[in-house]
Design a binder for this molecule. Structure first.
Ligand SMILES: Cc1cc2nc3c(=O)[nH]c(=O)nc-3n(C[C@H](O)[C@H](O)[C@H](O)COP(=O)(O)O)c2cc1C
Length: 204
């Protein structure tokens, strides 16, 4: 059975486009999968602090110990996953601060990557990531590619910890017009249902 970790980062709850789209993937994948949900919108992680970094380097104050345990738990969820599905709205050209706080706790030297003379080596190999990007405007085909600080950033962070099999599903133009929104969401939903069913076929 496939283990799927879902990381949601929209703050909009049921009104979130990315959350709805991730749901299409799960509807198709769920019969053959065990699903763990980390909902950063409903349950935000705090920003990185001195205590967090102390925890990473082995400090034993109560705050540092709690921070290390939180990072350990987030990393354990990721280690257990075959597929990680990330709901990633674009906020101000980048990712949400919620999602950044999650990445800040799972990119951990000596745990999920280490440095060598040849460069960094990621430890979380053999996993697939499916990243659902929702955007009011458009930055892909014919769009303002140079302003996109979301997709290259997510790719760099996942690659850094060894996740190189990444599928980006973009739902763009969501604020351009009602028609563009409907069309874009439908195309992304289709793509996600196909990706979900693909995993199911592989697991069979
Ligand atoms: C605070 C905020 C900032 C946003 N910044 C951008 C932006 O820079 N570019 C863009 O195309 N859309 C932007 N949007 C639109 C969102 O990407 C769009 O509403 C998307 O549906 C959000 O995903 P969600 O519905 O899953 O929360 C922004 C929305 C919010 C709330």
């Amino acid at each position: 059975m496939q283990n799927i970790l879902v990381v949601q980062s929209s703050v909009l709850g049921d009104a979130s486009a990315s959350r709805g789209l991730v749901g299409h993937f799960l509807d198709a994948a769920r019969p053959g999968a065990s699903v763990t949900v980390r909902d950063l919108g409903a349950d935000p992680l705090p920003h990185l602090s001195g205590a967090t970094l102390g925890g990473f380097s082995g400090a034993d104050s109560p705050e540092a110990t709690a921070e290390r345990a939180l990072s350990d738990a987030l990393i354990a969820e990721l280690q257990a996953a075959d597929v990680v599905v990330i709901g990633a709205p674009m906020y101000n050209f980048g990712i949400t601060s919620n999602l950044k706080s999650w990445f800040d706790r799972v990119l951990r030297a000596g745990v999920t990557f280490h440095y060598t003379a040849e460069g960094p080596v990621g430890h979380l190999t053999g996993k697939r990531a499916i990243v659902v990007e929702t955007r009011g405007g458009f930055y892909g085909e014919g769009g303002a590619t140079a302003l996109d600080a979301q997709e290259p950033h997510i790719r760099a962070m996942l690659n850094f910890i060894g996740i190189t099999d990444i599928v980006f599903v973009r739902a763009e133009r969501l604020a351009i017009s009602p028609e563009a929104r409907t069309e874009s969401l439908a195309a992304a939903a289709d793509e996600l249902r196909k990706l979900g069913a693909e995993g199911l076929a592989q697991a069979a």
